[in-house]
Design a binder for this molecule. Structure first.
Ligand SMILES: [Zn+2]
Length: 182
């Protein structure tokens, strides 16, 4: 598989993905590739299948590798969520988001602070999960991709809530000694 991240404004990012029906080897192989791409990306805490042109309802969220995990965030580790459905939303908070499909910008987006959701695992068993804070934000962002929505679609105002990234080359930057370090 040679999967590549589809970037805004590619119209395919607006496509609604269909539910997964077979929990077979092909699915497992695809998920392994999808996870590789997520981990290769700078700040990759989540990815959705349609971002690589595979329009099925699959997302991966894993914030456990973040250097500074926000204190109010839950941490369920690596979550492979198939056919996820958010069933409860509590509270609202504004927070900064980025996206591998929108490499040049970040944006302030209002999301629920806490969510409950159901999803199937790779074997086809359904689970119910809860998530809060940054992790909940990541889940909501990725589930949006399955419905053809980007964080850009959720900005209250492009004028005040959209920010041009100065640097999105974390991988390169982080391999260089930082000031005061060498
Ligand atoms: Zn995204």
């Amino acid at each position: 598989m040679n999967l590549q991240i589809i970037k805004y404004p590619d119209a395919r990012l607006k496509q609604v993905s269909v539910p997964v029906e077979s929990f077979d080897t092909e699915l497992h192989r695809f998920i392994a590739e999808l996870e590789k791409i997520m981990r290769a990306g700078p700040g990759g805490v989540g990815i959705a299948a349609p971002q690589v042109g595979y329009f099925q309802r699959i997302v991966i969220v894993d914030i456990s590798g973040m250097r500074k995990l926000p204190a109010d965030s839950s941490n369920n580790g690596c979550m492979i969520l198939i056919n996820p459905e958010i069933i409860e939303w509590n509270g609202m908070a504004m927070g900064r988001e980025g996206c591998m499909s929108v490499p040049d910008f970040t944006g302030n987006v209002i999301r629920a602070e806490e969510i409950a959701f159901t999803a199937f695992d790779t074997q086809g068993t359904q689970h119910e999960l809860n998530s809060a804070g940054y992790e909940a934000r990541a889940v909501q962002h990725e589930v949006d991709h399955l419905d053809g929505l980007l964080f850009l679609d959720r900005l209250v105002s492009r004028r005040t809530d959209l920010f041009k990234r100065k640097v999105y080359k974390q991988k390169i930057i982080s391999s260089l000694p930082r000031p005061g370090e060498s």
